[in-house]
Write a protein that binds this ligand. Sequence first.
Ligand code: NAP
Ligand code: ZN
Length: 356
Amino acid sequence: MSNAAGYAAQSATSPIRYFDLQRREPGPDDVEIDILFCGVCHSDLHYVRGEWGPVPYPAAPGHEIVGRVTRVGKDVTKLKVGDMAGVGCIVDSCLSCSACKEDLENYCETGMIGTYGGVEKQTGLPTQGGYTSKIVVRDHHVLKVPEGLDPAAAAPLLCAGITTYSPLRHWKVGPGHKVGVVGLGGLGHMAVKLAAAMGAEVTLFTTSPDKVADGKALGATNVVISKDPEQMQAVGASLDFIINTVAAPHSLDPFLAALKRDGVMTLVGVPSEPHPSPSVFGLIMKRRSLAGSMIGGIAETQEMLDFCAEKGIGAEIEVIPIQEINTAFDRMLNGKVKYRFVIDMQSLKDEAAKAA
Ligand code: NAP
Ligand code: ZN
């Protein structure tokens, strides 16, 4: 084991603060990464506050990791020391079930091992995420961050990017499609950019009137204030596909009503409490579907990174030192993030050096 530093929650109600942790020595198929940047996902907040179930405190979140490879095991061929690498939400999976064989490690039948909140096969210890100075990950689950992508703006692609890219691809969004995006936060702003880059006409639904201009600048043709029934009525039965990123329970009916016949709304936001049940009439009247999607597989994540590099797409970020993480969480809870916080991990390394 080797020493590392991090920021972790000690309970569901305590602020996140400095802690020391240990990382395993890289095994034959492991990659060790010096973490440079880590994005701040709303899932990090749901997780540390225990909103999704019991948490093995101390708990360091973070699954939008970009850094430099510092060591590789003897069997690793995918990456070498010095490469810019990425780690998303998955650090391990069985690689032999039918899902893994179809490059869907995110749906691994024995259970994917999350970057945080999982149990490391190699040590039996809880996995600790990217709010840390370094991480050791099985090579298959490490991504290559293409040259030309800004490493800080690329970090959010590892979760917000792939979580929105994957359903857009699965439901074959492209030119001629009318796509709705609900919520302009970390996931939502990536969904707007990616759907527009795939050639779709994008309608953004937001609760925040101050985000209208940004929504258009990011690629939306129309922006609808979802709290305004008249504006909602005006987009009725007009969209082919909706991706709903909202992190809180809300009525799905007004959004289902915006779908055409055979339209699909995919939920990617995961509130701690259920949404009110949708009206069955809203579904049957136009043979609409309500679906869900969770991140994406490793090959598709690489495809998304390469697509973003080709199209010049990164996240809109506000870079913060790790010492500001608790304020960042408060702003995220109030929908006041434009549009992803990214932690500059040098701030953690400086604090660790002072503490030593
Ligand atoms: P975020 O940056 O906080 O964005 C959520 C957006 O939802 C807000 O900016 C806001 O946009 C909108 N919203 C409307 N009403 C809200 C309310 N009452 N409370 C909170 N947000 C509200 O969050 P994120 O990082 O994009 O994550 C969104 C959700 O996706 C979270 O639940 C997260 O856990 C989940 N997630 C799922 C996956 C997956 O694999 N399915 C992966 C990553 C994250 P407006 O101001 O425009 O209304
Ligand atoms: Zn996430």
